[in-house]
Write a protein of this length. Structure first.
Lengths: 142, 112
C-alpha cells in the first residue's frame, strides 16, 4: 500500500466513462438513477438542500447518511456533505470532457473544506501536516 | 459490507486533528519523539493548561500516550495512532470503486 499526501487526506477515485457528460450528470443528479448505482435517497440538485442516503441498517448503525448539497454546477461539479457514523465528510464529483467520453473524479475528504481553507494558510496547514503524516506512516510501517 | 462500524475512535481522531494547535503538537511529537509538557508548552506558545487540555484530547483519541517521571509528564506518539484514519480511507476507497462499477453498468442501460 502506498501512501501519498493526497491519498492520506482523502479518497480519490477517477475513471473515464464512454458516455457524454449530460448522461453522467443525469446519473449523478436524478434520484431514481442515483438509487440504481449508489444508494436509496431523496436527493434534489438544489444547493443548500438537505437529504439522506439510506444504506442497509447494521447492528450498530441505522444506515442513514445525512447530507447537504453544497455545489450544483451542471455538467461540471457536484458536491455534498456526507455525515455518517458521527463524521462529517465532503464528497465532490468533477466532470471533465475526455476523448471518447467523460472523465469523472470523485473525492471524499474527511475534513470539511471550510476547515481546510481556514487552516490552509496557517503555519500548520493541512498539506504540510499530511506530508509529515506520510512520513510517520511510512516509518510506522517499517 | 464496506463500512467498518467503529465510529467513535475514528471520529475522535478526526476531531482531535481538526484543531491546528493539536495538529502542531501531534506533529512535533512525531518529529521529536518523547517530549515533556514543559517543552510542548514552550513549543506551542500557549499556556500550560491549554496544552494539557489539548494533550487530553489527543490522549482520548489514542493519538498520544504519556508516562510520569517525578514531577514531569512525558508524551509521545502512540504507535498505530492513525490507524482509524487509514481504515476510513481504505473502507471508502473500496466502497467507491464498487459504486463506480455499478455506475458504469447503469450508464450502459440508460437511454443515450
Amino acid at each position: 500500500m502506498t501512501n501519498t499526501a493526497e491519498s492520506t487526506r482523502s479518497v480519490v477515485i477517477e475513471r473515464v466513462f464512454p458516455h457524454p457528460p449530460e448522461k453522467l450528470w443525469r446519473a449523478l443528479t436524478e434520484s431514481t438513477l442515483i438509487a440504481q448505482w449508489l444508494m436509496k435517497n431523496d436527493f434534489e440538485p438544489v444547493s443548500g438542500r438537505k437529504f439522506q442516503f439510506r444504506f442497509d441498517p447494521m447492528p450498530q448503525w441505522n444506515g442513514i447518511i445525512d447530507c447537504e448539497v453544497l455545489i450544483v454546477d451542471p455538467l461540471k461539479q457536484l458536491s455534498y456533505t456526507w455525515g455518517a457514523l458521527g463524521l462529517d465528510s465532503v464528497v465532490l464529483f468533477t466532470l471533465t470532457p475526455a476523448e471518447g467520453g467523460t472523465h469523472l473524479r470523485m473525492e471524499q475528504s474527511g475534513f470539511r473544506p471550510d476547515q481546510q481553507q481556514a487552516y490552509g494558510g496557517a503555519k500548520y496547514g493541512w498539506q504540510k501536516f499530511f506530508d509529515n503524516l506520510q512520513r510517520v506512516l511510512t516509518e510506522g510501517a517499517a | 459490507m464496506v463500512f467498518d462500524v467503529k465510529p467513535a475512535s475514528r471520529n475522535r481522531v478526526f476531531h482531535a486533528l481538526a484543531d491546528p494547535t493539536r495538529r502542531a503538537i501531534f506533529e512535533e511529537l512525531s518529529r521529536q519523539g518523547e517530549q515533556t509538557v514543559h517543552a510542548l508548552t514552550h513549543f506551542a506558545g500557549v499556556s500550560q493548561p491549554a496544552v494539557s487540555k489539548h494533550l487530553t484530547v489527543l490522549k482520548r483519541a489514542k493519538l498520544v500516550r504519556h508516562r510520569r517521571d517525578g514531577r514531569e509528564t512525558h508524551y509521545r506518539v502512540q504507535p498505530d495512532a492513525l490507524a482509524p484514519m487509514v481504515d476510513w480511507l481504505r473502507d471508502y476507497s473500496a466502497f467507491w470503486r464498487d459504486r463506480f462499477d455499478r455506475l458504469e453498468a447503469l450508464l450502459e442501460r440508460m437511454d443515450p
